[in-house]
Design a protein around this ligand. Sequence first.
Ligand code: FES
Length: 576
Amino acid sequence: MTKPRKAPESLRSHRWFGRDDLRSFGHRSRARQSGFTADDQSGKPVIAILNTWSDANPCHAHFRQRAEEVKRGVWQAGGFPLEMPVLSLGETFMKPTTMLYRNLLAMEAEEVLRSNPVDGVVLLGGCDKTVPALLMGATSANLPAIFVPAGPMLRGNWRGQVLGSGSDAWKYWTERRAGALDECAWREMEEGIARSFGTCMTMGTASTMAAVAEALGLTLPGASSIPAADSGHPRMASAAGRRVVEMVWEDLTPKHLLTTAAFENAVTVAMALGGSTNAIIHLIAMAGRAGVPLDLDRFDALSRRTPFLANIRPSGAYLMEDFFYAGGLRGLMSRLGNLLHLDCPTVGGGTVGENVKDAHVFNDEVIATRERPLGPEGGVAVLRGSLAPNGAVIKHTAAEARLLRHTGPAVVFANYNDLERRIDDPALPVTRDSVLVLKDAGPLGAPGMPEWGMLPIPKKLLAEGIRDMVRISDARMSGTSYGACVLHVAPESFVGGPLAFVQDGDLVELDVPARKLDLKVGPEEMARRRAAFVPRQVDYPRGFGRLFARHVTQADKGCDFDFLEGTSPIPEPEIH
Ligand code: FES
């Protein structure tokens, strides 16, 4: 089939550069100011490179170089590249949480694209929230877009042992708190756990969201698995630069790719990976921008029919570098086969089926077969019940199996400061059967729904050898975290969800196989507690936080701003 090709005069950038008027003269003369000749630019698609490089984001330290490699590809294909820096959401340093700012980057990306003479875009992202944010912005802008994931960093190393980002920090910190690890060893780990640029190399949020981007058809085939420091990574970046120019001529926009079937592929892949719970919130928000209905129940239905195949920490044993050598995401998707919609188109020009048909798996230990999966179903379960009427999630593949059906008395913390103050108090009335409950950690309460959901195990239980227990909150948790942590409880406690009314000693019942989360308190007592509830005021008198507090949606709705959802067209800017 012949693909439609645009005439140069129909390029969006032609409105800025191609006319014989005073404004176009100004735009062209300012391009000359930057050193570009008419031959460099005229009649060529303008390709924006949205770059989330920052000194404050070590995961993206290679992006200045990668932007040059994308430009090389754009020039080769007859495009005109313009690099545009945008907000970098560095997971490591930003507080209280980058989630507070995901929608800010999404807004920035959309408006930078709309307000500039851009025909197509290459998105450079990778560190957790940068992926959904850039994709949400590009979806709403609906210009041809291709995503270049930052790629995972190299494996960590300490005294010959492999270390994984996040997961092993939590694990060894628990040992340190238990008195089983000295300061010298702890300092050595600091030197060895993050050995190169690139994103966390466990199956955390960054790895999950990069895979989700690929499964949606928004990266070149295989792009999400390439380690950041592998020479294949710059080759992939320049190939993306070449390809996006063609996408402009073909008018291949996100709207053509982001269908219900594409989102089902993404959810299926995330579940087979044992991916981050954060992907649920981000995918719901991304689907909202594409006008595709996607809710928690669909996640659970897809999770139940998807085998868990990727043996990567925190749910498994290996790391992303091993996954790449074992065949990467293309290998895993080839094994999912008929669970995917293979006819979905992708940015590379081929369908999902065409992209994976020649893929191989070289190590069944790392990428399991469908016949012998690591688990019969996907990595995430959606829970409902009297404690979470609008849903909650648990990454059950990363929890101790004995806790997946558990009833115990609540030990309640009013907020994170309260938890920090009391969790290691020897007088805390907590046993191995207790259920730790954290309030005020949701989208509005915290605010920004930080990754506080992996509540620490009290020291006195660590001393008894306990390493997992049921924990419940309206927070998120890092994709690199693990344990029987029930997250994203909705509605959150701040707005008067049932979580707000849990008291010490109340019995809480978790039943993952039945997908239930119940608070065993009678209706009359609950009504009494509800009547006494006094909502706290939002802390922000002005600024972005105030905008956030007024417009953010709850976890089950994706935490987008209500005014950013949907597909209503925004007019092109007038040029006068
Ligand atoms: Fe950047 Fe984990 S801190 S990806």
